[in-house]
Design a protein around this ligand. Sequence first.
Ligand code: HEC
Length: 99
Amino acid sequence: MGDALFHGGGPQKELGVTLTKTGMACAMCHPFASDVHPHQFPKFQEQMSEVAGLREMINWCIEKPNEGVKIGIDSEAMIALEAYIMWSHKGTVIDPGTH
Ligand code: HEC
């Protein structure tokens, strides 16, 4: 489900979420979910001027670049997106200092 949501599909209606109003999918800006550095969160995010967790960052992307409606922090859609990102990231070589 997270894979489908990340690529702009998935049961958004059934889950009651609007991830975008512009037609953008996460994957259009982040072709590889594995590249969004999920291991770095929580971290200070300049755009938010605060320390954000991964789920807050996902919501920032839904609200700002995606112009969607932010989703519940513990919602099924959020957990699915997080699970997909973490699953994609598995095995990625972490290169300290580059990101
Ligand atoms: C229109 C382009 C765009 C779309 C679509 C988009 N993002 Fe992002 N995303 C960004 C930008 C810009 C950043 C900020 C990069 C930074 O400064 O760290 C970002 C950062 C992130 C980060 C943190 C990456 C890091 O290295 O700190 C995550 C996680 C993320 N996005 C997830 C998502 C998810 C999930 C979706 C779909 C719901 C999504 N994004 C949709 C542009 C986009």
